[in-house]
Design a protein. Structure first.
Length: 200
């Protein structure tokens, strides 16, 4: 019940997989169907539902995995997370590099700007793709009509809402928002009708 995103450049056929939580075989088949050559795997954050298929895909596609440094603690706690949620799948992924706020992710001719939005987790990242409209991958920071839970390690409601308001809601209203769970939405829609963003 988690959204993985495969982002590919139509001109160069390069691609990046974001948040492969499970079903590595299905994701790999889709990559092949799209004719993409994957250059890396990136996670918005390290809850197991977002990284459960990373290691399997790393081995299958021979690509590196990157995440924000503040999420390393959660990656290292992979087995504890499995126990906590009462599920066991995948295995702890090896981290090959870190991504920082302000970095630019290149996928062929596509470019995404990295936004650091902790609050749901200690080093949560969003990826803003320029375009018309722009598109932003937000992980569990923001959902259609909701926001990420803040009761897990490194979570903080005030920090999360502050980051959403300063870094996501400041994007153009027509920016498409792709969340870690549930359907896509837009910045304008959440600005108008997300009840969590009108509390303070
Ligand atoms: Zn999460
Ligand atoms: Zn999640």
């Amino acid at each position: 019940m988690e959204n993985a995103y495969i982002v590919g450049c139509e001109e160069t056929k390069q691609g990046v997989i974001f948040d492969p939580g499970d079903e590595a075989g299905r994701i790999a088949a889709e990559v092949e169907r799209l004719g993409l050559s994957i250059v890396e795997i990136i996670a918005t954050h390290a809850h197991i539902d977002h990284i459960g298929a990373v290691q399997a895909l790393k081995e299958k596609l021979k690509v590196p995995f990157r995440i924000h440094k503040n999420e390393e603690i959660l990656v290292k706690a992979y087995d504890q997370q499995c126990r906590m949620f009462g599920i066991q799948f995948g295995s702890e992924p090896g981290i090959d590099g870190f991504i920082n706020e302000g970095d630019e992710i290149s996928i062929g001719n596509l470019k995404a700007k990295v936004l650091l939005t902790p609050g749901h987790s200690p080093g949560g990242l969003c990826f803003m793709f320029e375009g018309n409209p722009g598109r932003v991958i937000v992980g569990d920071t923001l959902f259609l009509g909701s926001i990420g839970r803040t009761d897990l390690i490194g979570g903080d409601m005030k920090t999360l809402i502050g980051n959403i308001k300063s870094k996501i809601l400041t994007l153009p209203d027509d920016t498409e928002v792709y969340s870690g769970h549930g359907p896509a939405t837009t910045v304008g829609r959440e600005k108008r009708s997300n009840p969590f963003l009108h509390m303070s």
